[in-house]
Write a protein that binds this ligand. Structure first.
Ligand SMILES: [Fe+2]
Length: 361
């Protein structure tokens, strides 16, 4: 592995491996022109459309870190192979755990479109002692957008049933008090919740935590993203704000095709090992000295929300979940053709990490 500066000093036809970040890519008739940099400088790599093995240049997004096998040709570097960071395939060890974990997100309490009736169906189910799955739920994870908030977007008051954020949290506390006492509840924030919008987000502020504590339940407040170890399994819980930029910029994806493509979107995020691979688009990110959004470990479970479309699958042993929503289609979602999965929950077995998606309709 050599630096870009040293790659430029190679002899004609000499090959080398480099790791670079993509600044931008341009398409010509026969090749992709990739403007890239590393700590030693900036240069262009030409990726011929018919001669690159590994990952396709077409799916590369700005700010992605990629590995490249290049050959020197005149003043240019020609790509022979492109490689995304990706995950190593992992074999999952099964355990004897019989417990289940419930995963939900995007409740949006306070919205006119919050389906309280469906949420009550969920509460009825989780209280059923005669249901072997419900009876064994030990943990409920909520991956953000617990309330609809206020002032999140222009004219939001037209979509609100409860205008005060405090009242929204009081309503949520009432709902959480109906969860059985045996279930611990982990709560992370999303873009609708009253915390700083830029990623990484801290846990909910004390003021709102105190309201939820009145539910009398055992609550654990985490930031977004959150890495949590549960009985030896690593859970990466991420509301999912950065998915919007990936959906908008990666070829072939759109909000109206998520029922078909969400698995591929989430897989791409894992393969580039970053929760918000594109910097400076619609998702605000705090430029911290250490990038907290890098997927620097391989989780067993990757739980997301935000796009309101439910999905369960796996990639190289990592269980991938999007837990849908409890909010009916909003006018914005209608305008982009997004069909939300309303009343959805993912149930995961701690023993073999098998996932069931359930709808409470
Ligand atoms: Fe949401």
């Amino acid at each position: 592995m050599i630096l870009l500066r040293d790659a430029m000093r190679l002899r004609e036809s000499q090959e080398a491996n480099i790791i670079v970040m993509l600044i931008e890519k341009k398409e010509s008739e026969k090749a992709w022109i990739l403007r890239v940099d590393d700590p030693s400088g900036e240069h262009r790599i030409i990726a011929p459309k018919d001669g690159v093995s590994g990952d396709s240049p077409e799916q590369l997004l700005p700010d992605m870190v990629i590995g490249a096998r290049v050959v020197k040709s005149g003043e240019a570097l020609i790509a022979r192979e492109l490689i995304l960071p990706d995950l190593a395939a992992e074999r999952l060890e099964k355990t004897a755990h019989e417990a289940f974990i419930c995963m939900i997100s995007d409740i949006h309490v306070g919205s006119k479109h919050f389906r309280e009736d469906l949420f009550e169906n969920f509460l009825d189910w989780i209280n059923r002692e005669d249901d072997p799955e419900a009876r064994n739920v030990k943990l409920l994870i909520i991956a953000g957008d617990v309330v609809d908030g206020a002032g999140v977007y222009p004219n939001q008051h037209k979509d609100l049933e409860i205008f005060s954020v405090e009242e929204q949290f009081k309503k949520l506390a009432g709902l959480l008090s109906e969860i059985p006492e045996r279930v611990k509840i982990i709560i992370g924030p999303g873009n609708h919740d009253p915390v700083q919008r830029a990623l990484p987000q801290p846990p909910l502020p004390e003021k709102y935590r105190a309201i939820l504590e009145k539910s009398g339940r055992s609550l654990i407040f985490v930031g977004n993203p959150a890495w949590i170890r549960i009985s030896g399994r690593i859970f990466l819980i991420y509301h999912g704000q950065g998915l919007d930029d990936v959906i908008q910029q990666a070829p072939g994806f759109s909000h109206s095709s998520l029922e078909r493509d969400l698995g591929e979107v989430l897989k791409l995020v894992l393969r580039c090992r970053h929760l918000c691979p594109i910097y400076g688009e619609t998702t605000p990110i705090i430029p911290t000295p250490e990038d907290m959004l890098v997927i620097d470990r391989i989780p067993h479970v990757f739980h997301t929300g935000h796009v309101h479309v439910a999905y369960a699958g796996s990639y190289r042993g990592v269980r991938i979940i999007n837990s849908g929503t409890w909010q009916e289609q909003t006018s914005y979602q209608r305008s982009v053709g997004l069909e939300p999965t309303v009343g959805a929950m993912a149930l995961i077995s701690l023993g073999d990490l098998s996932i069931k998606l359930r709808r409470f309709v």
